[in-house]
Design a protein around this ligand. Sequence first.
Ligand SMILES: *Cc1c(COP(=O)(O)O)cnc(C)c1O
Length: 398
Amino acid sequence: MNTNLKINVLPDKEGFFGSYGGQFLDEDLKKEFQKIADEFLKIKDDREFNDELNYLLKHYAGRPSPVYYAKNLSEKYGADIYLKREDLNHTGAHKINHSLGEALLAKKMGKEKIIAETGAGQHGVATATAAALMGLKCDIYMGEVDIEKEKPNVDKMKILGANVVCVKRGNRTLKEAVDEAFCAYLKEYKTAIYAIGSVVGPHPFPMIVEHFQSVIGREAREQFLDLTGTLPDCVMACVGGGSNAIGIFRGFLDDDVNLYGVEPLGKGEKIGQNAASMTYGKDGLIHGFKCKLLQDENGNVADAYSIASGLDYPGVGPKHCYLNQIGRAKYVTVNDEEALNAFFELSRVEGIIPALESSHAVAYAIKFAQENKGKKILVNLSGRGDKDVEFVLNKTRS
Ligand SMILES: *Cc1c(COP(=O)(O)O)cnc(C)c1O
């Protein structure tokens, strides 16, 4: 591998990773987002900021999350499978890593409120948690359809003190929630900050979320070396917007380690049946940035679908598009059925119930292990499956 390739760099001034990313927005919104970018770049290496963040990651979120050698699974499938246990974090997934960072940034910028969107409610809960901790107000924009579907998360956000704003436009799901949250931010930028839920959206958000998630890869590389004395042959993670994947990839970009992003193939290859944006998308614009985007034959944003609602976004993070373009990471797919099987397999063989999102990465690891005996595979287990138990049982009963 060409180690001179500067892969681990920040985006350019306009927020581009190669030809992806950027900031395709009205001038007034651009100006406000630029202020967040400037403040973030000032603060990200600040000693006091990092001391505070690291304290919270350790004593509040429970980091470092362990790397666990899945012995039973490994013996069954013939390769060594290791799990980075992000499922053990407070609130049950990796999202708390960037939510704590974003909320701390808000506090340092003197803001009183965090504005965010949520689809399945996971980012909403993590943001509401961080806001409660920091004494910030919190408005979560959520589509009416999602509010009905994700009642337990809506209840949690309310218990945590957040204001859940019901979005009733268009399809009444994630896309409209983001649009509405942008509008709200534009009215309240003086006192509020916008906090996105993955490495997507306009500059500077992909850069900010990647920075806060990079703790996963930093820990995992060191832990893997401690455990085995070597680096893994490959690292795998599920990809919705791509934050848990980029977080773990960041630890291994400069190493001779193969990186696999696992996209949701849902019910099949046709547009509308999956959310595999890298595999089936074409270059396009969504939410103010350029990426591989699922589009219908007329170039309109297509509906995305996956059994894992945290993965059903029609776009994908610009840095992933760049890593794909230069061939540094590979993007593969796993369908609903394979993910569901992996959900049960990890539960029964290791006693770990994974999130349906993370089950995609586990499914690919199992497939890969059978075809690549003896390899060392590190899987990012992005979250726990408590939230999915009722849904899975209803599905397998019917
Ligand atoms: C939200 C979520 C994802 C998908 O988001 P990425 O930004 O692609 O990481 C994956 N796993 C879990 C558990 C999630 O909650």
